[in-house]
Design a protein around this ligand. Structure first.
Ligand code: GTP
Ligand code: MG
Length: 171
């Protein structure tokens, strides 16, 4: 599940990960308006579904539409990635989304996008800053150059591990 502000690079990341042009991207915010579901099959990994959500505020049906959509897809407690622009750590809307996501699933992590726009030294600083803001693993990536894709695949694999069973499901 990919969550993030409009234009942060969710659809581009799906294309970069799969090395295919399957998700439609645009320089204009608001390209993705519905939840788009892709079945991803990789060597040595069981196939899984990847969901590309609209950016906050851009879902068909407005914010109610987004809430409905998000509740629907999160009902299955999926692994979820919050995508944030590496150049803008800790935005209010991102933090709000993180609160919501971590309440909805125990498998959440942060991806810093567009890392190619930062100089080397700034990348490390931005990644550390994000780690402290979200207190979670942060993988820096660029859909443009393909940097970070292997690390991201590893993160996805680790998030997709079977969930720990609750001892008492009624507790
Ligand atoms: P919505 O569908 O509107 O929610 O946006 P999105 O998050 O799916 O963003 P999208 O993938 O459509 O990308 C938005 C813009 O950012 C496009 O112009 C992309 O080319 C650009 N972009 C995405 N990823 C990167 C990246 O890693 N580096 C750079 N330089 N540009 C990127
Ligand atoms: Mg999109």
């Amino acid at each position: 599940m990919l969550v993030g502000r409009s234009n942060v690079g969710k659809s581009s990341l799906i294309n970069a990960l799969t090395r295919q042009k399957i998700a439609r991207t645009s320089a204009e915010p608001g390209k993705t308006r519905l939840a788009n579901v892709y079945r991803v099959a990789r060597e040595n990994t069981p196939p899984f579904f990847m969901v590309d959500l609209p950016g906050f505020g851009y879902a068909k049906g407005g914010s109610e539409g987004f809430d409905r959509l998000a509740k629907g897809v999160f009902a299955r407690r999926p692994a979820a990635l919050l995508l944030v622009d590496a150049r803008h750590p800790g935005l209010e809307s991102d933090r709000a989304a993180w609160e919501w996501m971590t309440g909805a699933t125990e498998h959440a992590a942060v991806v810093a996008t567009k890392i190619d726009k930062l100089a080397r030294g700034e990348r490390i600083r931005a990644t550390r800053q994000l780690q402290s803001v979200y207190d979670a693993p942060v993988v820096p990536v660029s859909a443009e150059t393909g940097e970070g894709m292997e690390d991201l695949w590893k993160l996805i694999a680790s998030l997709s591990q079977p969930r720990p069973r609750r001892k008492n499901p009624n507790a």
